[in-house]
Design a protein around this ligand. Structure first.
Ligand SMILES: [Ca+2]
Ligand SMILES: [Zn+2]
Length: 233
């Protein structure tokens, strides 16, 4: 009798040890080939159940930018992300927008006054799960004082959207000269760099510009997988 009890206790102990091992094995991933999660802004994950709505600061900004986002939105929905194009509402950019809001607005040289650059940021909860974000498109594009080519016009808005969702630039010191340079990113055999490459990447062709490249999709998948690992719904 005593022996049987001990055996049962040992079995329970073994089962507990197994559970602990499994919990430790499921760790979040924050970077991979051609993608990187913005851990600098404390982002770890993206909620698969959260409904995300893009809200624009003006009708003119919505009509300018919403078409450029459509291809990326189709891809993000295919990954299981709930993404919708919302309406127009002026909001303060001094604080995080309400949960599920990606606020698209415009500012003059919003990234430290750098000509031609835009800026985006994401808001995260205490677990590191993104819950809202802000995109400041550089007003120089619409005013015409900074000329974007056709490919860039299509690629920059979804690049900034992905920043707001939690992705960072995947640039790395590919040529090992000690410096991570602009455009220094992995590329496909066709020469396509991640959309998230800094200062810009993505497809250049009419058929594909504005789309996430496979690397970027892997980044989105990692953000979603991390949410599940963290137990976020
Ligand atoms: Ca380098
Ligand atoms: Zn960027």
């Amino acid at each position: 009798m005593l022996k049987r009890t001990l055996t049962a206790a040992a079995a329970i102990a073994a089962a507990l040890a197994l559970t602990v091992t499994q919990a430790q094995a499921a760790e979040i991933t924050t970077s991979g080939t051609g993608w990187k999660i913005n851990t600098g802004e404390k982002v770890k994950a993206l909620s698969p159940s959260q409904a995300n709505t893009i809200v624009f600061s003006s009708t003119a900004i919505k009509s300018w930018y919403a078409p450029y986002l459509s291809r990326a939105l189709t891809q993000l929905r295919a990954e299981g992300l709930k993404m919708a194009v919302g309406g127009v509402k002026a909001m303060s950019t001094a604080m995080c927008p309400p949960r599920g809001t990606i606020y698209f607005t415009e500012a003059y040289r919003p990234l430290s006054g750098k000509p031609g650059y835009s800026r985006a940021g994401s808001c995260v909860d205490s677990q590191g799960v993104q819950y809202s974000g802000i995109v400041w498109m550089n007003s120089e594009y619409r005013s015409g004082t900074w000329k974007l080519g056709a490919a860039l016009s299509h690629n920059l808005p979804p690049h900034e959207l992905l920043h707001a969702l939690g992705l960072d630039h995947p640039n790395h010191d590919k040529d090992r000269d000690g410096t991570v340079e602009a455009y220094e990113c992995v590329a496909t055999s066709f020469g396509n760099k991640p959309l998230m490459c800094s200062p810009n990447g993505g497809y250049r062709t009419t058929a594909n510009r504005g789309k996430l490249v496979g690397y970027d999709i892997n980044g989105v998948r990692a953000l979603l997988a991390n949410a599940r690992i963290l137990g976020s719904k």
